[in-house]
Design a protein around this ligand. Structure first.
Ligand SMILES: C[S@@+](CC[C@H](N)C(=O)[O-])C[C@H]1O[C@@H](n2cnc3c(N)ncnc32)[C@H](O)[C@@H]1O
Length: 251
């Protein structure tokens, strides 16, 4: 993979995702539960921080962490450019974040699906649990493994036009039913005037079933308050809802 092109185009590739609406849906749901916006948020797997700037704009103090230091570097540069001082970005495992007592923890855009190992997932939830205050809230979205096994992901092609650039993305998933994983191979073509550049980025998603996730969350200090359609807290998810959202509370 051409890493430098991947990071250069990271935010453009995901530019059709409505981060503003998602961030406000999360904050409003927290407000419905607790009566006010959270004062402090930890975003685990924050990537380039796209949700965090909206959280900060709403007055929350935000800590974002990710294992990918190149994404964190982009997030830090954006924070500097925007002159925002209520966000801190860390290239660190959540277990190494020193601050705790966060009112809200989030892990958005399938971070949990990227975790393919059960032991690691248990440690990940425990580490998040340690960083939220008593009765604190943890919200994450992920693929619904049951729905994905019944209705496997298909090849997807999309084209994004930004200023004078055209970005074509083809995503080819390949499912492994025994391991319950999906490997997604993404081929990207960037057309900029007469110049064309290509690169690939690939990832593996684990098809966690909602029931297993509930059990793991329970074992690691969380009660599940609701299981909803992703970013739609008024719709309850069922076995066929492809993208789901867990709302949990620290026990
Ligand atoms: C699709 S990106 C989402 C990034 C960001 N939350 C967003 O909405 O744009 C998934 C992110 O999960 C991060 N990730 C995967 N496993 C992780 C882990 N164990 N701890 C922290 N971040 C992780 C990846 O580095 C990547 O940035």
């Amino acid at each position: 993979m051409n890493n430098s092109l991947f990071y250069k185009y990271y935010d453009k590739i995901y530019s059709t995702k409505n981060y503003k609406e998602e961030s406000s849906a999360v904050l409003n749901h927290y407000k419905n539960l607790k009566g006010n916006f959270p004062q402090s948020i930890i975003d685990v797997g924050c990537g380039t921080g796209s949700h965090d700037f909206y959280f900060a704009e709403a007055g929350c103090n935000v800590a974002g962490c990710d294992l990918d230091c190149s994404e964190i570097k982009i997030a830090q540069e954006k924070a500097r450019e925007k002159n925002i001082n209520n966000i801190n970005f860390f290239c660190k495992d959540v277990d190494l974040i020193e601050q705790n007592n966060f009112e809200l923890a989030v892990s958005l855009f399938n971070v949990i699906s990227y975790i393919t190992d059960l032991n690691y997932l248990e440690k990940f939830f425990t580490a998040i649990n340690k960083r939220v205050k008593e009765n604190g809230i943890f919200i994450f979205d992920c693929w619904n493994g049951t729905a994905a096994l019944l209705d496997p992901p298909q090849v997807k092609e999309s084209t994004i036009e930004i200023q004078d650039e055209v970005i074509k993305i083809k995503s080819v998933p390949s499912i492994n039913y025994m391991r319950q994983t999906v490997d997604v191979k993404n081929s990207v073509e960037i057309i900029s005037g007469n110049e064309t550049n290509n690169f690939e980025f690939n990832y593996r998603q684990r098809l966690w079933s909602p029931e297993i996730l509930k059990e793991i969350l329970n074992r690691n200090g969380f009660n599940v308050l609701s299981l909803n359609k992703a970013m739609n807290f008024s719709v309850e998810a069922d076995y066929s809802t492809w993208k789901i959202m867990f709302v949990c509370q620290k026990k």
